[in-house]
Design a protein around this ligand. Structure first.
Ligand SMILES: NC(=O)C[C@H](N)C(=O)O
Length: 457
């Protein structure tokens, strides 16, 4: 789907990123932005203005140096003048400023965003100003671009974007990691138990039962104490559910996930945020590795049982010895994706004891029809499964998992009233950003992270 811009009667002035397209030398324009740096020289002065629309900002030149007298780093201002060809190599056009209006002053001495204090920790303590930095700005633009590409991909496959609730009476994963919404868990929601959703999956399955192919991008909340670089207490998850009438099962699921990620990534690697984030990376091999994933060659697939065999045969002294029946630890996932395959790898058919109640059991009676997609430097990026569609089997599984009762009757009914074979998956949005941007910690892949014990602003 291509969105053609309708005739607009009200149009905002171009952003800095739009200038190369819409601007030409000699044109009079006004630009509003934040001052990133000011360089005062005897005859002329310079400033770099950023409005967050690209990484480089716009160079402003002042023939009248008194115009920069009140300009300090961080201040916001409106600059008016003429676009001129730039003698510098970094940009084609610069702005010869003849008028400045400071919109919001900034005390440079106490401004927390200083070139010499941009440590990750310092920025985490100044989240309200973090979007001023080039890296966070580029990360946020990458998120925005991902959303757009994602909408286009799912639209092309006939999926409907849907909204699912945040407040819920059930624990979709049955893992007991939900946040209760009040101090008194007995009385949180008008006398009924209520939680913040851990996954939209169950609600999405209900919408799938009417719309056939649905997806959502929703905040999810998990009360887990993990302090790793890939866990957040509040994160965004892309989730999709669709009818699988031809029963392609896990293989079809993996194919859709791979295809959609290749489509998304192809769009992203061509974009400005991707270059902005990778151009400053010392080691280019990771960028090359991402580009290599976009090749036509299918990503590797292996069963959990094979993965465990490979881990054992590797002879590597893992902290946790790999054994059939125990979960793959992050060190195992990383070895598989980084050393063994050196690229994304689908691991399928995990032991049923490791996975939630909603997954369909395989004929072997030991494993379930599911997959995890592991990618280098992140580990698990996506997880999905064939959903159990047989009402009696589901009921028994839910009882065994302790997630039965009134709160879940509707979920069982979905199987009784025209339940169709269906599949679905979930992908952590911050992990996707981490993989594509090379930003190590998911806390830097969302504007205002919340993690175990930390919630500033
Ligand atoms: N929608 C999904 O399949 C994701 C899965 N429910 C999870 O939370 O990991």
């Amino acid at each position: 789907m291509k969105w053609t811009v309708p005739r607009l009667s009200y149009k905002l002035p171009p952003t800095i990123a739009q200038i190369p397209k819409s601007g030409r030398p000699g044109q009079e324009i006004s630009v509003t932005g934040f001052i990133r740096s000011v360089r005062r020289q005897k005859r002329v002065s310079f400033a770099v203005i950023s409005d967050g629309s690209n990484a480089s900002g716009l160079q402003a030149v002042f023939a009248n140096s008194s115009l920069v007298d009140n300009l300090t780093n961080g201040a916001s201002a409106r600059f008016s003048g003429k676009l001129v060809e730039s003698p510098g190599k970094k940009q084609d056009l610069e702005l010869a400023v003849d008028q400045v209006e400071v919109l919001g002053a900034c005390d440079a001495a106490t401004y927390p965003i200083q070139k010499q204090t941009l440590s990750v920790e310092h920025l985490r303590n100044n989240l309200h100003l973090r979007s001023r930095t080039t890296r966070t700005g580029a990360m946020l633009r990458m998120r925005s671009q991902l959303m757009k590409s994602m909408f286009l991909y799912f639209d092309s496959q006939g999926f409907q974007f849907t909204h699912t609730p945040i407040l819920t009476s059930n624990d979709a994963e049955g893992a007991g990691e939900t946040f209760s919404i009040a101090d008194d868990p007995e009385e949180p929601f008008f006398g009924r138990p209520a939680h913040l959703t851990v996954s939209a999956q169950l609600h999405l399955e209900a919408l799938m039962a009417g719309l056939s192919r649905v997806y959502t991008l929703s905040p999810c909340f998990r009360a887990e104490h993990s302090q790793t670089n890939r866990h957040l207490a509040e994160f965004w998850m892309l989730e999709a559910e669709w009818i699988d009438a031809s029963r392609e099962g896990v293989q079809g699921l993996c194919s859709l996930v791979e295809d959609s990620l290749k489509a998304l990534a192809a769009d992203i690697v061509a974009g400005e945020p991707f270059s902005a984030l990778w151009d400053t990376h010392k080691d280019d091999t990771r960028r090359q590795a991402i580009l290599a994933c976009l090749d036509a060659a299918p990503w590797r697939r292996m069963t959990y049982s094979d993965a465990v065999e490979h881990l054992i045969a590797s002879g590597v002294q893992f902290e946790h010895t790999p054994t059939w029946g125990s979960g793959l630890q992050s060190e195992h996932e990383k070895w598989l994706a980084e050393q063994f395959v050196a690229g994304p790898v689908f691991v399928t058919d995990y032991p049923k004891s490791l996975k939630p109640f909603y997954m369909m059991e395989n004929d072997d009676g030991k494993t379930v029809a599911c997959f995890d997609l592991l990618v280098p430097h992140v580990g698990e990026l996506v997880g999905g499964s064939v959903r159990e569609a047989r009402p009696d089997v589901l009921k028994a599984k839910m009882e065994a998992a302790g997630v039965s009762g009134k709160e879940y009757e509707w979920y069982q009914q979905l199987r009784e009233f025209g339940g169709a074979p269906h599949v679905g998956y979930g992908m952590g949005f911050e992990r996707l950003v981490s993989w594509l941007s090379g930003i190590e910690n998911v806390r830097e892949c969302v504007a205002m992270p919340r993690w175990s014990g930390k919630m500033l602003l």
